[in-house]
Design a protein around this ligand. Structure first.
Ligand code: NDP
Length: 294
């Protein structure tokens, strides 16, 4: 039997609608209009596209957007000074520094300079540290794994007691994903490039999150029948039949795995749309927190 398709576009649209509603309620109650500052350094075309999509999402939802663009030649001090001024700006509730930064800039130092209360990407070491600690709550959760978790929750997956396997251990996806699943009472195995007999480990998963960046690596016979499969991967592969000569595929061989899994996210249209939706959600939550604390 073919798996249920988890519609990331529809769930992301719901999250965005909820965020827009929360903005209206907050402003109507005399609270601040949420504001997101984006910091783009350099001319990386993909980064420009991502920042543009984030700014457009803000506009749609009634969130104020403050775009800052520094040249590739910007120094470490210039980037950190900009972040410092945004930390002090009361109109700004979330600061997003678009990664990767140009070579020569110290990414860790830039991320550390973002105020904890405005770290809407959730990459500040204190937010990640709190995510990892029992009984502590981070102020923000990294948007892509947060989106993957919401997809699981809203599509009816049972996390408590489930065997979850996360394929990938990056700082932005795999590791925070694993921490989130543990916080939700799943039993989690983290796989990476040195894991032995990957298919056998993955076959144990009631919930599989693949974030590996290898096109269609997870095959149908690696997956436990009925499993929830969340495919974070976005890989461009050649395809002469397409007008652009390429298409996007995930880390999971969708056509094979959908015949075995219970539910699966497509690529595109799965986790992808959730990342910006969760960023909007986080920005609104940050503004709500300042309204409460004032
Ligand atoms: P990274 O390259 O930072 O991490 C990849 C991880 O996969 C590493 O932990 C690596 O192991 C592991 N890995 C690589 N090759 C293998 C292998 N052959 N067997 C087992 N493990 C392997 O990638 P990201 O986490 O940044 O991204 C992963 C995917 O998610 C990419 O396709 C990316 O485009 C996509 N992505 C999608 C987003 C979205 O919005 N939907 C957002 C961010 C990423 P090791 O640690 O040992 O090197």
């Amino acid at each position: 039997m073919s798996a249920r398709i988890i519609d990331g576009k529809a769930i992301a649209a719901d999250i965005r609608q909820e965020a827009a509603e929360a903005v209206r309620t907050l402003v109507a109650a005399g609270g601040p209009r949420p504001g997101l500052a984006t910091v783009l350094v350099g001319e990386d075309p993909a980064s420009r596209v991502y920042v543009g999509s984030k700014q457009r999402a803000c506009e749609e939802l009634g969130i104020e957007s403050f775009g800052h663009h520094l040249p590739t030649t910007a120094s470490q001090a210039e980037v950190e000074d900009l972040v410092c001024s945004l930390n002090a700006d009361q109109r700004v509730h979330g600061i997003l520094v678009q990664l990767p930064l140009p070579a020569g800039l110290d990414e860790e130092r830039v991320l550390n300079s973002i105020s904890l209360e405005k770290d809407v990407d959730g990459f500040h070491p204190l937010n990640i540290g709190r995510l990892a600690q029992k009984g502590r709550d981070p102020l923000f959760i990294p948007c892509t794994p947060h989106g993957a978790l919401v997809l699981l929750e809203r599509s009816g997956a049972t996390l408590r007691g489930a065997n979850a396997v996360v394929l990938g251990r990056s700082n932005i996806v795999g590791m925070p994903m694993a921490l989130l699943l543990v916080r939700n009472d799943a039993t989690v195995t983290i796989c990476h490039s040195r894991t032995s007999d990957l298919p056998a480990v993955i076959r144990q998963a009631d919930i599989l999150v693949a974030a590996v960046g290898r096109p269609e690596m997870v095959r149908g016979d690696w997956v436990k029948p009925g499993a929830y499969v969340i495919d974070v991967g976005i890989n461009r592969v050649e395809d002469a039949t397409r007008p652009k000569g390429c298409r996007l595929v995930g880390d999971v061989a969708f056509e094979e795995v959908k015949e075995v899994a219970g539910a699966i996210t497509p690529v595109p249209g799965g986790v992808g749309p959730m990342t910006i939706a969760m960023l909007m959600h986080g920005t609104v939550e940050a503004a709500k927190r300042t309204a409460i604390s004032n």
